[in-house]
Design a protein around this ligand. Structure first.
Ligand code: 3HC
Ligand code: NAI
Length: 697
């Protein structure tokens, strides 16, 4: 028998203990071991019941995702589950930690289910671009009914043990050791002569309006298709005999397995975990931190302070005046009120944070004991230099000094201090207590343990942290600036901001670039354009100044009620601002440009080509260490659709040679903007993909 399963006999009960750390994924060896364990129990004279239990953190985290996309190896999971369910012995699942995907499906194939109260169950396959593929869509609705079953599988959410008990998924909740619980429960079932109870033999649930449910799920899923296909699989559970339903489920599962969406989502799953694992930081210990200083309590400072406070860190926030300090405190209080409302903190925690853990000051001396200070003052190098000189004066030796700057040179900031090794960028995204991305910007002189502390802080705050090098805009904003320019060029040439937003939202972005600009504030882009013009634009660069007029007239987007859109009817009602197109037309006329029509396919192609080309430069220059670092930056900070994996995974899937050919075609009109990235040319020439670079590490 496989060493992944331990077999033990306790009277007339056999216990199969799964040992596949860290989370008992159902790999081939585990499946084979369970199969053999069932054979052995059935052949073991006197055994009348079997308990399946996981060792370590979980019952089972599901199928082994690393096996996906590879040839199937027997025994397959549905066959194993059918084999468990068909056993003449009573089979009990004793669950703790998580039972997810195939893990819950194994439990549903057992005849009875007991769980500790902290257990969680779920069918998260939709997050991998799949549907449950080992009977979950057929068995779960027989226990919960269609509506609750579809809710569990189309959201992929983790369901707590108590709710799962109420839904009929778990029979008994019992505190204590899972193996002992399972054994006692099996013994009790035998003592009571409880019947063997197969879910597949239960009546199917009542039907619903399947087409309506399919369409509604599709509409909710923003371009992702697998949630809607759960509906069709559940429909089969109601309309077909069990074995036929299982076949229908398996067919959908396999069809989805072949899709780019599945490949993109699995890339995202593993990249999300790999992104914080940097070879260069292996074995480097982070510095201790408990007391965080924040300089500036505007949009970002207040959000950063909120994130730190919600993670249990002590925060001292410094503002320019008592009045500004009060405004900052109110912003933080409003953020915390939201967390209280959503049940993330208790009323007692809320009061303690505002009463004790947060202090708002106007003098630097209060930062003398801070372990790590994050500056979030105005985006102005001169202001930042003054702040860092003060921090250098008061902060204790070993304190880490960080800037949340969006674009400015971290090395130049570090050079103004006597301790450049302690300086780094910690670039949060707005709203900082909500958005998951943190760029850890490592300067030329940043000490390795300072970079490691940036990652440790990100982990503490629940962020996805990405290492970035120093350049104008780091990873995310540098790439954003480029694809925004591509969008502006399309506008000069004939597309409207509304066509561009619509095309990209249909591609899967949460919001198009012009709606995003309105949300972030048009003043940000305006300031960048002014700075770049002051630094001197390359004479070959096309310039688009039509948006400056909006800012000069005081329209900065949502915060002033008008930008590309008019928000008079609320932030969700995006009505095109009628002043915008005349500004664009005037600029086209001034530049002597004849507008032409753009289809949504061309819009997406140009926008994505610009994004990928700049991303390839960012990787080629070492600003991002690996393509997956770019992918995660765009996914967690810029609304890139998760089911496409990230821009570089998308590029691999559409084909790098075709993309390079497009870029070369565009370069015939504008060779300056469309200069192909050397890395992209190199990959095409050597027949490699971005993902190959990820694997090289
Ligand atoms: N297969 C293979 N590896 C897995 C895995 C799985 N199902 N689940 C987790 N892992 C790996 C992770 O990649 C990670 O590896 P690393 O240490 O090398 O980076 C390690 O296990 C620990 O995982 P986490 O860092 O994510 O640990 P957490 O404690 O934060 O989370 C978890 C644990 C909740 C189980 C989370 O890992 C998770 O959500 N896993 C995926 C669960 C899932 O999607 N299951 C369904 C699979 S599809 C399926 O079952 C198809 C079936 O219907 C046929
Ligand atoms: P903001 O204008 O909302 O807030 C800046 C705050 O800093 C103000 O409250 C101001 O009173 C305070 N301040 C200014 N000078 C100060 C000083 N010398 N001492 C103490 N406090 C001072 O600006 P926002 O949007 O919060 O941006 C702050 C920084 O974060 C900038 O560098 C910006 O580029 C960066 N950033 C902004 C993002 C955004 O989406 N707004 C996203 C990521 C980074």
């Amino acid at each position: 028998m496989s060493d992944k399963i331990a077999y033990a006999r306790h009277g007339d009960v056999a216990v199969l203990t799964v040992k596949n750390p860290p989370v008992n994924a159902l790999s081939q060896a585990v499946r084979q071991g369970l199969w053999d364990g069932m054979d052995r129990a059935e052949a073991d004279a006197g055994v009348r019941a079997v308990v399946i239990v996981g060792e370590g953190r979980a019952f089972f985290a599901g199928a082994d995702i690393t096996e996906f996309g590879k040839p199937l190896v027997e025994p397959n999971l549905p066959a194993l589950i059918n084999r468990i369910e068909a056993s003449p012995l009573i089979v009990v699942a004793s669950m703790h930690g998580v039972s997810l995907g195939g893990g819950l499906e194994v439990a549903l194939g057992c005849h009875y289910r007991i769980a500790v109260p902290s257990a969680r169950v779920g069918l998260p396959e939709v997050h991998l671009g799949l549907i449950p593929g080992a009977g979950g869509t057929q068995r779960l609705p027989r226990l919960t009914g269609v509506e609750a079953g579809l809710d569990v599988m189309t959201t992929g959410r983790h369901v707590g043990a108590s709710e799962a008990h109420d839904l009929g998924i778990i029979d008994v909740l019992q505190d204590g050791d899972p193996a002992e619980n399972g054994l006692a429960y099996a013994q009790k079932l035998l003592d009571e002569s409880a019947p063997r109870r197969a879910v597949s033999e239960m009546d199917p649930p009542a039907p619903v309006d399947w087409d309506a449910a399919f369409e509604a799920t599709l509409a909710r899923s923003k371009g992702q298709i697998s949630p809607a296909w759960c509906v069709r699989a559940v429909q089969a559970s109601v309309e077909k005999p069990f074995a036929e339903g299982l076949k229908a489920e398996r067919q959908i599962f396999f069809d989805l397995m072949q899709t780019d969406q599945r490949e993109g989502m699995i890339h995202a799953f593993f990249s999300e975990r790999a992104v914080g694992n940097l070879p260069e930081l292996k074995g480097v210990a982070a510095r201790e931190f408990d007391h965080i200083g924040v300089i500036g309590g505007g949009t970002m400072g207040a959000g950063i302070a909120t994130a730190a406070l919600l993670s249990g860190l002590r925060v001292t926030l410094l503002e320019m005046s008592a009045e500004a300090g009060e405004a900052a405190r109110s912003r933080i209080a409003a953020n915390l009120a939201g967390s209280l409302k959503r049940g993330k903190i208790s009323p007692a925690q809320h009061d303690q944070i505002l009463g004790e853990t947060l202090s708002v000051v106007t003098g630097y001396d209060a930062l003398a004991g801070a372990d790590l200070v994050i500056e979030a003052v105005f985006e102005d190098m001169d202001v930042k230099k003054v702040v860092f000189a003060e921090l250098d004066r008061v902060c204790k030796p070993g304190a880490i000094l960080a800037s949340n700057t969006s674009y400015l040179d971290i090395d130049a900031i570090a050079a103004t201090t006597s301790r450049p090794g302690d300086v780094l960028g910690l670039h949060f995204f707005s709203p900082a207590h909500v958005m998951k991305l943190l760029e850890v910007v490592v300067g030329a002189l940043t000490a390795p343990d300072v970079a490691a502390t940036g990652f440790a802080l990100g982990k503490r705050l629940g962020k996805v942290s990405v290492r970035a090098g120093v350049c104008d805009g780091f990873i995310g904003n540098r790439i954003l600036s480029t694809y925004r320019i591509a969008a502006d060029h399309m506008i000069l040439d004939g597309a409207s901001p509304y066509e561009i937003d619509a095309a990209l939202e249909a591609f899967g972005f949460a919001m198009g670039p012009f709606a995003v600009a309105d949300l972030a504030g048009l003043d940000i882009g305006y300031a960048v354009r002014k700075r770049k013009r002051m630094e001197g634009l390359d004479p070959r660069a096309r310039d688009a100044a039509y948006a400056d007029k909006l800012c000069e007239d005081g329209h900065f987007g949502q915060k002033t009620g008008k930008g590309y859109y008019d928000y008079a009817a609320g932030s969700k009602a995006r009505v095109p601002n009628p002043d915008v197109m005349p500004l664009i037309e005037a600029e086209r006329a001034a530049q002597g440009l004849k507008p032409r029509a753009f289809g949504s396919e061309e819009i997406v192609r140009r926008y994505m080509a610009a994004m990928v080309n700049e991303a390839a430069k960012v990787v080629g220059e070492g600003i991002a260490r690996r393509p997956l670092d770019v992918d995660m930056t765009l996914l967690f900070g810029y609304g890139f659709p998760r089911y496409r994996g990230g821009p570089l995974k998308w590029a691999d899937m559409v084909g790098l040679d075709a993309l390079l050919a497009d870029i070369k075609g565009y370069a015939e009109e504008d060779p300056y903007f469309w200069e192909p990235a050397p890395l992209l040319k190199d990959l095409v020439a050597t027949g490699r993909t971005f993902d190959d670079l990820n694997k090289e590490g």
